[in-house]
Design a protein around this ligand. Structure first.
Ligand SMILES: Cc1cc2nc3c(=O)[nH]c(=O)nc-3n(C[C@H](O)[C@H](O)[C@H](O)COP(=O)(O)OP(=O)(O)OC[C@H]3O[C@@H](n4cnc5c(N)ncnc54)[C@H](O)[C@@H]3O)c2cc1C
Length: 636
């Protein structure tokens, strides 16, 4: 069932070979084919613009009122590429190596190598679009470091890299919209896909302002719908990010890859109140110059600046001298949790560690630090009231990214032929832990380079019957969507959608968060079905379905989180090893590091939906490592 379609031959030649062997569609025939792209973040906008430019008839869907509001706009720190402009030892192979190792050997080597290869083209593409990457005094593109690597390969635009990249992709998309190759459908949420004779042939949508439910048919569907970190309720993700598109595809037969692999980012502003609905990231780029520490003594309540140097524990520098403050995210998050669990955490809740710029300011000067990170310091001050040029920032790990997603083969096609997935929505390249600045790289690699090569091949090599929305499969799917919304509206119980979401998020964070154990996961698995039952009996939504109704939107998305959360816990339970962002308490080394079990778990978990209340079926894609040899990860 899991045919990964990795091309044969040496890894350096696989993508070129694949591109040459894939079939093409003649330019005059392209306009006869239609592609639906769901999502207009970096991955979706890049794919829609490029396929439009190639001449396909593209429709792009987003629940936002403009592509510019996609979650990608929030990305701060940078985008990796193996350009080696610094001449500091970088190469395509090193980016590939760092990513496989950083992902704790749970990603497919061939995909990761391609990502590293394509990374160099992304920077050229974006520069040509006018993306204002930071430059050095002489005019050359500047780079900085991110976690888990020892070279400076991260290109950036202050702390607004995602915004600038998205504006580039958006302009490319707008150009195609003006050329009528792409039609943009904003404020339109995709609530189901339509599968006809085993192939994805369309979608069912709801217009968020009018409530109108519609069907759209196409030859190919692409989901670039982002990540599902909001299953935890509190995360750094945009509030609206959700799993509905990929979850409904999963229910229609698309296998779900590694659902339990969640990234907990070490540098977020700590939670300050029970009423909070969102967490804010402080970019990893800050760890280039900021030093992480806690007091050596437990329960030390002195102000940070009153704690003398010799009473501070720069625990990352102490434990990981080679990588210091720039260890990968999973390692830094766990280390922060450990010092807080020991009673050495700072701030009112004790759930925080310091990120201190005093040394950087005295070394580089205040102006230089402002120039590099100014907008992040401003954001921090707006939220906390503290001026981080004078006192250290307080940070704590938070849910940030999901490495899991729809299982895809080398062509980024899911197990439903004709349904492709790109960007954070697929599981493909980051294994059990994504390295910083690699999500933007992957989203743009998928959107600008991979999908525009593999989708034409699918079209050229498949005989696609003409299908339109009069096919009964569309009316069935449309009726199913309408029925589900009506059921949600008619429950008229006593609890708001948010109250269910919070409870689910808390269960997930406590039991399937930074650390998981068999006991905690079994506990969550016993609680989630009961919460889901209550949701369907005691939910209250005000308003109707024929108008703008954000309670209805939320409830519908939460109904999917309630199913996905259970699968995440099951996947985590099944994977009785620690790897990357998945830390099983039962599987650690004597010094508290994650202990992987390659003998039993060197595979991708790909889960098949078997119906609600039935055990999902686990398929395994075995992972082989021919180029980066399996070793215990060490950043010491
Ligand atoms: C605060 C923050 C900072 C980050 N900083 C960095 C960084 O510096 N470097 C880095 O590499 N990565 C970073 N990341 C990660 C990165 O931003 C994301 O992984 C990436 O932007 C995801 O892009 P995407 O195109 O896959 O999805 P998104 O940008 O999330 O776009 C999803 C799109 O799908 C649409 N959509 C979703 N579901 C539906 C539906 N059912 N119907 C219709 N439309 C739908 C949405 O409207 C949207 O247009 C950061 C993440 C966060 C949270």
């Amino acid at each position: 069932m899991l045919e990964s379609k990795i091309p044969s031959g040496p890894i350096e030649q696989q993508w070129d070979k694949c591109r040459f062997e894939m079939k093409l569609v003649n330019p005059a025939n392209r306009r006869k084919h239609s592609v639906i792209v769901v999502g207009a973040g970096l991955a979706g906008a890049a794919a829609a613009a490029t396929l439009g430019q190639q001449g396909y008839h593209v429709r792009c869907f987003s629940y936002h009122d403009t592509p510019r509001r996609a979650h990608s706009i929030a990305a701060q720190g940078g985008i990796n590429a193996a350009k080696n402009y610094r001449n500091d030892g970088d190469s395509i192979f090193r980016l590939f190596y760092d990513t496989v190792k950083g992902g704790d050997f749970r990603a497919r080597e061939a995909n990761v190598y391609r990502l590293a290869q394509v990374s160099v083209n992304i920077i050229d593409q974006c520069v040509a679009q006018g993306v204002p990457f930071a430059r050095e005094y002489g005019g050359l593109l500047d780079t900085r470091s991110f976690g888990g690597v020892q070279v400076q390969r991260t290109f950036y635009a202050r702390g607004q890299t995602g915004q600038q990249l998205l504006l580039g992709a958006y302009q490319a998309l707008e150009e195609q919209i003006a050329a009528s190759t792409v039609t943009m459908h904003t404020r339109t949420e995709v609530l189901d896909i339509v599968v006809i004779e085993g192939r994805a042939r369309g979608i069912v949508t709801r217009h968020l302002a009018t409530g109108r439910i519609e069907c759209h048919a196409a030859d190919v569907i692409v989901f670039a719908t982002g990540g599902y970190g909001n299953v935890f309720y509190l995360s750094t993700n945009a509030k609206a990010s959700n799993a509905t598109a990929i979850w409904r595809a999963h229910r229609r037969g698309a296998l779900f890859g590694n659902p339990c692999f969640t990234q907990i980012h070490p540098t977020c502003i700590p939670k300050s109140s029970e009423h909070q609905s969102k967490l804010t990231l402080m970019s990893e780029s800050l760890r280039n110059d900021g030093r992480v520490w806690v007091p050596k003594a437990k329960n030390d309540t002195r102000a940070a600046n009153d704690i003398p140097e010799n009473q501070r524990d720069y625990y990352l520098e102490r434990r990981y001298p080679s990588f210091g403050n720039l260890v990968p995210r999973d390692v830094a998050s766990r280390a922060a949790k450990e010092v807080c669990d020991e009673g050495r955490g700072v701030g009112p809740s004790g759930q925080g560690v310091y990120l201190d710029f005093a040394d950087a300011i005295s070394r580089l000067g205040l102006d230089n630090v402002k120039e590099k990170y100014g907008n992040l310091f401003d954001m921090y001050e707006e939220i906390t009231g503290d001026n981080a040029y004078n006192v250290p920032m307080r940070i704590f790990p938070a849910v940030h990214y999901t490495m899991g997603g729809l299982w895809v083969d080398y062509h980024l096609m899911t197990t439903i032929p004709g349904l492709f997935a790109g960007g954070e929505a697929n599981f493909s390249d980051h294994g059990a832990n994504r390295l910083g600045a690699s999500a933007l790289m992957q989203g743009l690699a998928d959107g600008y380079f991979v999908l525009p090569s593999t989708i034409p091949h699918y079209i050229a090599s498949t005989s696609l019957e003409k299908v339109d929305t009069s096919h009964p499969a569309f009316s069935d799917a449309k009726a199913g969507v309408a029925q589900r919304l009506q059921t949600l509206l008619s429950i008229k119980g006593g609890r708001t959608p948010d109250s269910f979401h919070k409870e689910l998020g808390n269960l997930m964070w406590e039991n399937c968060g930074m650390a998981r154990s068999e006991q905690s996961l079994r506990y969550a698995l016993s609680k989630i079905p009961a919460l889901r039952d209550e949701f369907w009996k005691n939910l209250r939504i005000v308003g109707s379905g024929e108008e703008l109704n954000q309670s209805l939107e939320k409830a519908n998305r939460i109904s999917d989180f309630l199913e996905l959360g259970e699968l995440m816990c099951l996947d985590a339970l099944h994977r009785a090893e620690s790897c990357g962002g998945h830390f099983r308490l039962e599987s650690q080394t004597s010094d508290g590091e994650a202990r992987r079990d390659d003998e039993n778990f060197a595979f991708v978990s790909a889960w098949e939906w078997a119906g609600l209340g039935r055990d999902p079926i686990l398929h395994k894609e075995a992972l082989t490592f021919d180029y980066v040899h399996l070793t215990q990860r060490s950043y010491k």
